[in-house]
Design a protein around this ligand. Structure first.
Ligand SMILES: [Zn+2]
Length: 365
């Protein structure tokens, strides 16, 4: 299921100085990468035959909210990105253009944004008309979802922005959620304007594309949200906008959502305010301000909560300097992070070559 730029390729094993697997740190371990099983510990049998790579390896830094059509392709720290709204016909080419420059970037997408006729983002200026799929009512929901599925979508994106035009009514929203569920895909929603977060949370949306900032959600709603949804943070956009009130509201909502056990996902809304895939210091600072702690922040940054929702195993990873041995150190070393593929590990993990133990992995092709 799903298109994206997911590429085949054999699973590789490598011996690394350190690895963060399932949230726990391991020293001098053999890991496997490149299969549907994701990044995981591998049998230690081959260990003595493998040169130890001088890297600390984590699941891929993940940006769960990008618009790659608005971004310049570049290799960097991010190994996994979810495009939440673009022309579905253009996405395969865009993903290929990014893969040509950043081969360790694993891309999936939602296709076009489903919205009410004339609704956001029709007149927003950033979205080409092909990135918007208008749904006039529940009777059009199944076809709208099917069009994105045919285009290789891994999720369905809806816009519920009450401050920028008409929004989908409840019947249409529920019909979209039902059609997506039948297709095995989660629905992600842009919620903005009073009451829209509650509508999404109570009608089967699984992912909020932005941490809600329009209003403070009450604790009962936050508790329901934590059970039912994952939230993509995009907190730095409020810093960029200089909107302290929005930032404070969003951080407060995220703090209570995380305390209630909700899955927090790192995302930037790449293309709207930022032009290059990466991790912004302001986003990390906001995650910490929301009380996630270093471990919660690294979980969010590595998209742990996204994997079950999209059945999206870690086929890439992010490498850091070998001295990185805990989650605080990960946050400090983010400027040195770079995404790697299984093949990148294999090319450097030549058996029993003493020189290899001190060399650094090559840049991705
Ligand atoms: Zn967006």
């Amino acid at each position: 299921m799903g298109g994206g730029s997911e590429r085949g390729g054999a699973e590789r094993v490598a011996r690394v100085a350190r690895a963060r697997i399932g949230g726990a740190w391991h020293e001098d371990v053999v890991v496997a990468l490149g299969s549907d099983a994701g990044l995981r510990l591998a049998p230690e049998a081959d260990r003595d035959a493998l040169a130890r790579l001088p890297i600390a390896l984590l699941p891929p830094l993940t940006d769960a909210h990008v618009h790659l059509g608005l971004a310049e392709p570049a290799a960097g720290p991010v190994g996994r990105a979810l495009d939440l709204g673009w022309d579905p016909a253009a996405l395969p080419g865009i993903a290929a253009a990014h893969a040509a420059v950043a081969p360790a970037l694993d891309v999936r997408w939602a296709g076009a944004l489903l919205t009410a006729p004339g609704g956001y983002p029709s007149r927003s200026g950033w979205a080409p008309s092909e990135a918007v799929h208008e749904v006039a009512g529940a009777q059009e929901a199944a076809a709208a979802v099917a069009a994105q599925v045919a285009a290789g979508a891994s999720a369905i994106k809806v816009a519920l922005h009450a401050d920028a035009g008409p929004v989908l009514d409840d019947l249409a929203l529920v019909a979209i959620v039902a059609a997506a569920r039948i297709a095995g895909l989660p629905v992600a929603a842009h919620v903005q304007g009073e009451g829209q977060a509650e509508r999404a949370i109570d009608r089967g949306v699984r992912i909020l594309a932005h941490a809600p900032w329009t209003e403070r959600l009450d604790d009962a709603l936050v508790a329901r949200a934590a059970e039912r949804t994952a939230w993509i943070t995009t907190l730095a956009m409020h810093v960029r906008d200089g909107d302290d009130a929005a930032l404070a509201t969003a951080v407060d909502n995220v703090a209570r959502f995380a305390r209630a056990g909700g899955a927090v996902l790192h995302g930037t809304d790449l293309g709207n305010g930022t032009g290059r895939l990466g991790v912004e210091p302001d986003e990390v600072a906001a995650l910490l301000a929301a009380g996630l702690g270093a471990s919660g922040a690294v979980d969010a940054l590595t998209g742990a909560g996204l994997e079950p929702l999209l059945a999206w195993p870690a086929r890439t990873a992010t490498a850091l300097p070998p001295e990185v041995s805990d989650d605080e150190a990960v946050l400090a070393a983010l400027p040195e992070a770079r995404a790697v593929r299984a093949d990148d590990l294999a090319r450097t993990a030549t058996p029993s070559d003493d020189d290899a133990a001190t060399s650094t992995p090559e840049e991705p092709r």
